[in-house]
Design a protein around this ligand. Structure first.
Ligand code: F6P
Length: 556
C-alpha cells in the first residue's frame, strides 16, 4: 500500500456528494419505512448472502444513491487495490513494517510469502497431535492422571477470541475436558478459577504473542507456584512441569526461559495481529474444547469470507458494505457508537471480542503518514446478548437523543433442542427490536392506544409525548442458519474485513495499537510507589500520589 498514492477520503468528490446527500435525507426527514414503501423489493435487494449468513441491510438509511456514492467513495480511496495489497502480503501494518496475513491461517496461499503455508500446516498438525493426546488420555499429569481441565492464561487477543469462540460453540464441546480462561491481573480471577481445579489434572496454556505481557506473566507464574505448592512431592512436580504447561508465542526463547519445553511452544508469527490470532495456535483452547475437525471448520468458514471479499464487486461485497455503512454513520450522521446485539446467549462474549477488534484497530487519530486525521475514526463498540439489553440500555436506543446504529445477530435454529417455543420468543424479540427502532411510534399512535385502553383524553395527550418513539434508527440483521463452527468463522471474518474497509476509508493503520503502551509504561512507577518507593512516588501526578497514599494507609 503506497502511502503517497492514498487518496484522502475527505478530498474526494464522493465525500462531498455524500455530505450533500446526507443533508438532503436529513432535511427531508426521509424515513426508512418510506424507502420500503417506495420499493417492494427492498428487503430482497438489500438482503445479501455470504456463505450461510444472510445479511439484511434493508433497515438502513440507505437509498440507491447512498449505495452508489459509498461505492464511489470506496473506489476513490482505492479500496480494491488496498484489498489486493492486503491479500498479497504487503506491509499494510506500515508502522511495524509487517503484513497482516491472518487469512493465511485459514487457507490463503500467499505467493509472496511461500514460507508461510508450510509453517501453518505444521502448526495445525502439532495442534492435532496435542489435542488428540489430551483427549485420548495419552497426555497425563505428573501423577499419571488424565487431564480434565485446560486453563488458557492470556489477555487481549490471546484471550478474547479463544474465549468467545469456545463459549459460542458450547453445543459442540467434546466430553472430558473443561475449558477456563484467565486474563485479568486481579489475583481474584486466577484464584477463583484454580479453586475449582485439581492440579494433577490441569493443563495450562500460556498464550502470549510477546511472552512479556504483565498480566499473563503474573498469572502464569502464580499458576506454576499453585501447581507445585499443592503437591506432596514438590520435586516430582518440578521435574514434570512440562506435563502441565504449554505455550503459544512468537517469543519462543522467553517461553523457554519461563520453563516451558521448547517442543511445547506453539508458534504465532509477527504477521498475525493479536486480535486476529484466534485462527492460529492461539486458538488451541478452542480446538481442545471442540476438537480439530471443528476447528478446521471454523477456519473454512472464515476462508469462505476471504474469498468473498477478494472476488465480489464492491456493491454486493458484504464486509465492504458493513465498513462503508460504518463510515456513513460515523462521518456523515455523527454516530459515536455502534451496538452489537447477539440474540444468542452462546454469543454473549462477541461484543467484548469486537470491542478489541474494532476499537484497538480503529481508535486512531493520526493517519498512516502520522498526520492528524481530519475526520472521526472508530466509534465506541458496545452491546450484550439479547434479550437482556432490552431491559436495560434499549431504552436509550429507542428514545435517547443519540443515534446508535445496531447489529442484530440471530440464529434460525434453536440452541436447545427441546425448547423451540422459547427460541421463537428470542427470534420474535430480535426482529421486533430492529423493527421498533426503524418504525418507532408517533405521539398520535401512542395517544390512540392510550384512549383505546380507556385513558382519559387529557392524560392520554400528555402521556403520549413520553410514549412516542422517534424510529428511523438503522440496523443490520445477520441471520445464521446455525451457530456452528463454520458459520461462526464466517461471522468473525466478516467483522475483520469490515474493520479493514473502515481503515482504508480513514487512511489509518488497522494493525498497530501504540496507544496501549503508555498505560503499561506508567504502571511500573505506580507499582513501585505502591511498594513504598518514595522516589517513584514523586514522579507521579498529585492525584495518583494521593490515591496510592490512601491505598497504603487503608490496606494497613
Ligand atoms: O495491550 C495490547 C495487546 O498488545 C493486544 O494487542 C494483544 O492482543 C494483547 O496485548 C496481548 O498481547 P500478548 O499476546 O503479546 O500477550
Amino acid at each position: 500500500m503506497a502511502d503517497s498514492t492514498m487518496v484522502r477520503a475527505l478530498q474526494t468528490e464522493a465525500w462531498r456528494q455524500l455530505q450533500a446527500h446526507q443533508s438532503q435525507l436529513s432535511n427531508s426527514g426521509t424515513r426508512i419505512t418510506e424507502l420500503f414503501a417506495q420499493d417492494p423489493q427492498r428487503s430482497a435487494t438489500l438482503g445479501l448472502t455470504c456463505g450461510n449468513i444472510h445479511v439484511d441491510f434493508s433497515k438502513h438509511l440507505l437509498t440507491t444513491q447512498t449505495l452508489m456514492l459509498l461505492v464511489q467513495l470506496a473506489e476513490a480511496v482505492d479500496l480494491p487495490q488496498a484489498i489486493t495489497d492486503l491479500f498479497r502480503g504487503d506491509a499494510v501494518n506500515n508502522t511495524e513494517c509487517r503484513p497482516a496475513l491472518h487469512m493465511a491461517l485459514r487457507g490463503l496461499d500467499v505467493e509472496t510469502h511461500p514460507d508461510i503455508k508450510p509453517d501453518v500446516d505444521d502448526a495445525l498438525a502439532r495442534m492435532q497431535t496435542l489435542v488428540d493426546a489430551v483427549h485420548s488420555g495419552t497426555w497425563r499429569g505428573y501423577s499419571g492422571k488424565i487431564i480434565r481441565d485446560v486453563v488458557n492464561i492470556g489477555i487481549g487477543g490471546s484471550d478474547l477470541g479463544p474465549a468467545m469462540v469456545t463459549r459460542a460453540l458450547r453445543a459442540n464441546h467434546l466430553d472430558g475436558i473443561r475449558s477456563h480462561f484467565v486474563s485479568n491481573v486481579d489475583p481474584a480471577h486466577l484464584s477463583n478459577c484454580l479453586s475449582q481445579l485439581n492440579p494433577e489434572t490441569t493443563l495450562f496454556v500460556v498464550a502470549s504473542k510477546s511472552f512479556g505481557t504483565l498480566e499473563t506473566m503474573q498469572n502464569a507464574g502464580q499458576a506454576r507456584r499453585w501447581l507445585i505448592a499443592a503437591a506432596d512431592d514438590q520435586e516430582q512436580v518440578r521435574v514434570n512441569l512440562h506435563k502441565h504447561f504449554i505455550a503459544v508465542s512468537a517469543n519462543k526463547q522467553a517461553a523457554v526461559d519461563f520453563g516451558i519445553e521448547a517442543s511445547q511452544v506453539f508458534p504465532v508469527w509477527d504477521w498475525v495481529g493479536g486480535r486476529f490470532s484466534l485462527w492460529s495456535a492461539i486458538g488451541l483452547p478452542i480446538a481442545m474444547a471442540v476438537g480439530m475437525p471443528r476447528f478446521r471448520e471454523l477456519l473454512a468458514g472464515a476462508e469462505l469470507v476471504d474469498q468473498h471479499v477478494a472476488t465480489t464487486p464492491l456493491a454486493s461485497n458484504v464486509p465492504v458494505l458493513m465498513g462503508l455503512l460504518a463510515v456513513w454513520y460515523r462521518n456523515f450522521w455523527d454516530a459515536g457508537s455502534h451496538a452489537v446485539l447477539p440474540y444468542a446467549q452462546d454469543l454473549e462474549l462477541l461484543p467484548g471480542f469486537l470491542q478489541q477488534l474494532e476499537m484497538e484497530s480503529l481508535g486512531k487519530s493520526v493517519d498512516r503518514d502520522g498526520e492528524a486525521v481530519a475526520i472521526s475514526t472508530g466509534p465506541v463498540i458496545w452491546g450484550s446478548a439479547g434479550t437482556n439489553g432490552q431491559h436495560s440500555f434499549h431504552q436509550l436506543l429507542h428514545q435517547g437523543t443519540g443515534f446508535v446504529p445496531a447489529d442484530f445477530i440471530a440464529i434460525a435454529s434453536p440452541s436447545v433442542a427441546d425448547n423451540l417455543q422459547q427460541h421463537q420468543h428470542l427470534l420474535a424479540n430480535c426482529f421486533s427490536q430492529s423493527r421498533a427502532l426503524m418504525e418507532g411510534k408517533t405521539s398520535q399512535q401512542a395517544e390512540q392506544e392510550l384512549l383505546g385502553a380507556g385513558e382519559d383524553g387529557a392524560r392520554a395527550a400528555s402521556l403520549a409525548k413520553h410514549k412516542a418513539v422517534p424510529g428511523n434508527r438503522p440496523s443490520t440483521t445477520f441471520l445464521l442458519d446455525n451457530l456452528n463452527a463454520f458459520n461462526l468463522g464466517s461471522l468473525i471474518a466478516l467483522y475483520e474485513h469490515k474493520v479493514f474497509v473502515q481503515s482504508v476509508a480513514w487512511n489509518i493503520n488497522a494493525f498497530d495499537q501504540w496507544g496501549v503502551e503508555i498505560g503499561k509504561q506508567l504502571s511500573a512507577s505506580a507499582f513501585a510507589a505502591l511498594n513504598g518507593d518514595e522516589a517513584a512516588a514523586q514522579t507521579l501526578d498529585p492525584s495518583s500520589q494521593a490515591l496510592i497514599g490512601l491505598c497504603l494507609r487503608q490496606a494497613g
